[in-house]
Design a protein around this ligand. Sequence first.
Ligand code: NDP
Length: 306
Amino acid sequence: MKITFCYADTRPEPWIEGLRAAFPAADVSVWRPGAPQADYALVWAPPQQFVDEQAGLKAMFNLGAGVDGLLRLKLPADLPLVRIEDAGMAVQMAEYVCQAVVRHFRELPAYESAMARGEWKLRKPRVRRDFAVGVMGLGVLGQRVSRALAHFEFPVNGWSRSPRELDGITTWHGTEGLDGFLRASRVLVNLLPLTPDTRDILNVDTLSRLQPGAYVVNVARGAHLVDEDLLALLASGHLAGATLDVFRTEPLPADHAFRRDPRITLTPHVSARTLREESLAQITGKIAALERGESLTGVVKGTRGY
Ligand code: NDP
């Protein structure tokens, strides 16, 4: 069995060692242009040349949960594309989103800056039932995040493409469910995959249907959010703040307007990192399953784009 690894921005050695430990008889190597055809590939943002040269792969494993970067390439129609499902990302996403929601709910940024100014002033406590959190996307990550938020007793709304029933979460689905979901939510958490249907979905039309004084937490992809619309709704006061981990252009340009607005909290795409050990365990388990002729979960359906 031949396994190739193509991820330009990371140190390949620990990945190669992990693959060799799982499959001692396999030929495991870092991809170079002109390399022989492999059976399986582990990739993140590979060039089109990689895809063209490795057109006979049995499966391509994406080293992340979102495959939007791969679907921009011209891929062989019958190539199984497998994404990472959780592998330690869901708990990271749950802790990141909970801290963002709690920071907004408890007005921690205002307390922190007042203390830095030498003040000591208490604000009226907010009412939890007025702070419903809407989670867009109820997949592997969205479900875990919803459960974590419900644990803190926030009312939680969820929105997905197909109907989903989750204990303690009020759910909506499809375009017909979007309006009710938005109007019932004070905080919007985006955990959708980036597809033609979801690009630009956080825009002036959708965000203005959130409850007044709303907050936006975008942890999915930058192209879900129309930057100017967020800034306009912050300026009008309809939105009270935002936490953004992902951006249309990454790295976020040093002079981007988001960096100058104190109501926006920014992090550099770190809300849920791909963890090597957990991801290797999942991927090697799936390669072994494919070799035994078994079917897999996490295979991307090209027609829906996730
Ligand atoms: P899943 O595929 O498990 O879940 C996707 C969810 O989105 C599903 O509930 C799906 O609905 C819903 N959805 C998809 N399209 C639509 C639509 N048009 N309308 C309504 N709902 C829709 O993905 P994950 O939970 O694993 O990951 C979600 C995203 O998180 C990734 O695609 C990636 O972009 C982002 N991410 C960001 C990271 C970061 O560090 N910032 C790290 C990891 C992921 P249904 O249930 O009906 O299929």
